[in-house]
Design a protein around this ligand. Sequence first.
Ligand SMILES: [Zn+2]
Length: 202
Amino acid sequence: MKAQVPSWLRPLLGKGLLWRVDTSSKVIYLTFDDGPVPEVTPEVLAILDEYGWKATFFCVGENVMRYPELYRRLIDSGHRTGNHTYNHLQRFKTAPAAYLSNVYKARERIDSNLFRPPHGQITRNVSRVLRRDFTIVMWDVLTYDYDASMREEDIMNLLGKELRPGSIVVFHDSLKARDRVLKVLPKALEYWKLNGYSYGLL
Ligand SMILES: [Zn+2]
């Protein structure tokens, strides 16, 4: 399970990982992992449209293969996409060579120089290779929207507490997160707009 990574631990995962954009401007980098899927992604897109907000979708290659028209829609709507491996592999359970070839397999379908490791699992040897072709995008604000025990107000409180200018926020356009992401996202966007935040694109 992906978890918030304390700042002291971050350098140990490797050099050159992007945890937050260094800026004092009120810009938020909104990201969605694990899609695209027809049960969630179109609704997320509709919400983003309503608020005029753009995001980066870290897509699973297998999903892009299944739903190419949905992937196309992400791009055509002005959002960015990133690579999240072909089979949502966990680095700690996969040999380096197999992991890397899965990333490059996904790259055949996802034309992006952004990569986010599933479950945030990355190691120095793999990140050293991937950094030649990708910016490795981590996060500083995880919403835990995949966790069914999280209530809407828990997620809103967490966002209120942890968000800073330049924050990289993670939601999921996945079945597991569906109930929470569709409820919380409009509230978060409403709140951000009201407080003078705008979107940044990675
Ligand atoms: Zn993921």
